[in-house]
Write a protein that binds this ligand. Structure first.
Ligand code: SAM
Length: 228
């Protein structure tokens, strides 16, 4: 895994021994649990390290690490991407994970316990039903839905000035930015920047969307009406 460590270092992401150990534990747990629970289709060691761990860590390039108590919400984390790699790398990160599938939340909790991490909130819920409005500095989404679809259930949870980090293949990023323009305007957010990078031979982009005003109370539109 020397290339993995070196390639990250070339992007300014330095892993220490303890972090490398944590990634080994995460990898072993993922592969073991994946034998009985469908968590990921990526199972070759090099692919897991690059397409899951390395790619997840690239989201840290969009985070201002000089700030204290950074509140980050990872929506649709699946088996923990990018949330768990970010937490391994940034141990002071104030991380909340919202994931719709219970078996994935259970896997995330199990992995965090294995890593001795006890300060991550893991919530089994669809983001449309989440209630913590205007609360987070960053939200990450990787392979969840199109940018346009996710604006309604991400932007409401950001503080004004906060950033949605939408992780996309570069091809999809450009298309999806275009189609989300009218809703971006309506919801009060702008595409601030895109950061492009390669994972092995594939091209990916972080689309950074900044919230510029408080969100209208009509968002997010809950999927489940409150019982009276
Ligand atoms: N982010 C992970 C990754 O990159 O490997 C998982 C991607 S997986 C294709 C999409 C995940 O998003 C699934 O685990 C699904 O349950 C979750 N999901 C989809 N829509 C969601 C929503 N509205 N709220 C919470 N989770 C959602």
């Amino acid at each position: 895994m020397n290339d993995f460590i070196l390639d990250l270092k070339n992007n300014g992401i330095e892993l220490n021994e303890s972090m490398i150990k944590d990634f080994n534990l995460f990898y072993t747990n993922l592969i073991n649990k994946n034998k009985t629970t469908n968590l990921t289709r990526i199972i070759e060691k090099q692919d897991v390290y690059y397409y899951h761990f390395y790619d997840s860590l690239m989201a840290s390039l969009a985070i201002d690490k000089t700030k204290e108590d950074i509140k980050l919400l990872d929506i649709g984390s699946g088996p923990g991407f990018p949330g768990i790699p970010l937490k391994i790398y940034m141990k002071d990160l104030n991380l909340t994970i919202v994931e719709a599938t219970n078996k994935k939340i259970e896997f995330i909790k199990d992995t965090l316990k294995l890593l001795g991490i006890d300060d991550v909130r893991c919530i089994h819920l669809r983001a449309e039903d989440f209630k913590e409005l205007e609360s987070f500095d960053y939200i990450t989404t990787r392979a969840v839905s199109t940018i346009k679809e996710q604006l309604e259930y991400t932007i409401p949870f950001l503080k004004v000035g906060g950033t949605l980090i939408a992780m996309k293949s570069t091809l999809k990023a450009n298309e999806e930015i275009e189609e989300s323009k009218p809703l971006l305007k309506e919801i009060g957010a702008i595409v601030k920047k895109t950061i492009s990078y390669k994972v092995l031979e594939r091209d990916y982009s972080l689309v950074l969307i900044e919230k510029i005003k408080k969100t209208s109370s009509k968002y997010p539109k809950p999927l489940h009406k409150e019982k009276k």
